[in-house]
Design a protein around this ligand. Structure first.
Ligand SMILES: Cc1cc2nc3c(=O)[nH]c(=O)nc-3n(C[C@H](O)[C@H](O)[C@H](O)COP(=O)(O)O)c2cc1C
Ligand SMILES: [Mn+2]
Length: 504
């Protein structure tokens, strides 16, 4: 099952799978949509297509990513780790041994070559073109998400720029506050590639924001790739089909040919505006801060365009699953740099930058602290505030199990590291924005080589007795519910990926 080719085939797939509800009642993009979606997301409910948003003739799609199942459908996989496996396969390419290996290697190379975007002459994204005075952002059903928001915000764009020095493309998801009919703010945070492109320009930088893409390409706009890697290449690789691009109408940028809507325009380096407040994914309002102004020179769209949106707020919100996808997909890349890492988990309640739980194959004294520093030095993970390190046998997705080892194995005087470093742009807790304290907790087992008393053995029943009780379970006449048959240990319930349940 290949990932859907564009937003329409994605909507059709969601409908076939019983994962989408059309809402025909008139609903207000001002706050009302948020309350409906927040309840739906938190209940694990369907994607919603609002056919009749108040004040707009364009339908609004939301909650397309709101469950793990929909993420799996988006990527066309049985579990998100399968996406990671595909990447790992390429990352770990070795010189081929023998013919079979060579053929396999060539296939992999071809899959990389096929991931480069393709330029085409025409695309549905440009069926309708508005330029100059005909540009009217007010026609779109842009949501005002939370009562304290400064204005409506475009929340699910793929923002395209080129590095003025190298010409390399970047695609990032950055919210855009609507200022008037043809300008928005551009929320390029300090650590992001889009901002680096903007800072590298002398005067003006061209920008295109694509709205309503196939779900994999939308996801890749949120993926923390190194700056020199084009997100559209990752999209092509993960889709198994190149992303098709057409030339912009008013900018020298290629834009996704299959987009529902594209906003083209430019940003002048010195023009800033007050952006925010905005009810953010941290669960708090981000106060107003200066950000660049995006002038829209053209709006191109499909004749019957659908406007995509997302609401962030107190977790879990829809973006939880975009973050979980990144956690899974980037594990092989993390392991390339720090091979002793077995697995990691970024708890949704930690809004991804507040906490990272990591399990390691511990090999020497101080190893856990080495891994903490590695995390604090690794791409966007460097912004992590607290790192918890556990041994390889601990399931990092099972927070109760992790808590057990944090309680049992940690002497705070010896195993807690407090240091400092860069923090997320949106973190309101540090005294100075962008920079502050870091917490590392070493919850691995220690031993005399780390200066402790001999470490005690953990309690485990013998395999022999477990098997005996498995065999005899029925005989005891103790009722078991459907999930917990044959005396298997009860499955723990936490916010975890389904793969986490495979243990035992
Ligand atoms: C729904 C959603 C909204 C986001 N909004 C912003 C934003 O307003 N500003 C920002 O800098 N990053 C935002 N992000 C995170 C970036 O998309 C992410 O860091 C991405 O890697 C940026 O691309 P870049 O690394 O090419 O800059 C958002 C992510 C999601 C999922
Ligand atoms: Mn990037």
């Amino acid at each position: 099952m290949a990932p859907p080719a564009d937003l329409r085939s994605w909507i059709a797939l969601l409908e076939r799978e019983g994962e989408l509800v059309r809402v025909s009642a008139e609903v207000d993009p001002h706050l009302e949509v948020t309350e409906i979606v927040d309840r739906t997301v938190k209940a694990g409910g369907p994607a919603l297509l609002f056919d009749n948003p108040k004040g707009s003739s364009y339908p609004l799609l939301i909650n397309q990513f709101g469950t793990e199942r929909r993420m799996r459908l988006a990527f066309g996989v049985d579990q998100l780790d399968d996406v990671a496996a595909k990447l790992e396969d390429v990352l770990e390419m070795q010189p081929p041994q023998g013919l079979v290996d060579k053929v396999r290697g060539l296939k992999k190379l071809k899959s990389i070559a096929d991931s480069l975007p393709q330029t085409v002459r025409h695309g549905p994204a440009q069926e309708v073109v508005f330029t100059g005075d005909d540009v009217d952002l007010g026609a779109l059903p842009v949501q005002t998400c939370w009562p304290g928001d400064a204005a409506p915000f475009i929340t699910l764009p793929a923002v395209i720029t080129k590095d003025p020095r190298t010409g390399t493309r970047n695609v990032g998801m950055y919210r855009m506050q609507v200022l008037d009919g043809n300008t928005t703010a551009m929320h390029w945070q300090i650590h992001k590639d889009g901002r680096a492109d903007y800072l590298a320009t002398d005067g003006r930088i061209e920008v295109a924001a694509a709205l309503g893409l196939d779900p994999v390409t939308t996801y890749t706009a949120s993926a923390p790739l190194p700056k020199h890697i084009d997100e559209l290449m990752l999209a092509g690789f993960l889709r198994g089909e190149p992303v098709q691009l057409v030339k912009g109408k008013t900018v020298d940028l290629d834009v996704p040919a299959d987009a529902e809507i594209v906003l083209e325009g430019y940003i002048d380096k010195d023009e800033l505006t007050a952006e925010g407040p905005f009810g953010d994914h941290t669960g708090f309002y981000t106060p107003a801060e200066p950000f660049p102004v995006f002038h829209v020179t053209a709006v191109t769209m499909r004749a019957d365009a659908i406007y995509p949106s997302i609401v962030v707020g107190k977790p879990p919100a829809e973006d939880a699953w975009l973050g979980k996808a990144t956690e899974r997909i980037f594990l092989p890349a993390v392991k390339m740099t720090v091979p002793e890492i077995v697995d990691y988990d970024l708890p949704v309640a930690g809004v991804f930058h507040n906490c990272c739980i990591v399990s390691i194959r511990k090999a020497f004294p101080g190893h856990a602290k080495k891994v903490m520093h590695a995390i604090w030095g690794l791409g966007m993970l460097s912004l992590t505030k607290a790192v918890v390190v556990v041994d390889e046998h601990v399931n990092v997705h099972d927070y109760e199990e992790v808590f057990f080892y944090v309680g049992a194995n940690v002497d705070p005087g010896r195993d807690v590291l407090i240091t400092e470093g860069p923090l997320d742009h949106l973190d309101h807790s540090p005294t100075h924005q962008f920079f502050g304290g870091k917490l590392g907790i070493d919850a691995t087992a220690k031993g005399p080589d780390e200066g402790t008393r001999p470490w005690p053995e953990e309690i485990e029943m013998s395999d022999e007795i477990r098997e005996l009780v498995d065999r005899r379970w029925e005989e005891y006449g103790i009722a078991a519910d459907g999930e917990e048959q044959n005396g298997a240990r009860p499955r723990k319930r936490a916010f975890t990926l389904s793969r986490a349940k495979r243990r035992d």
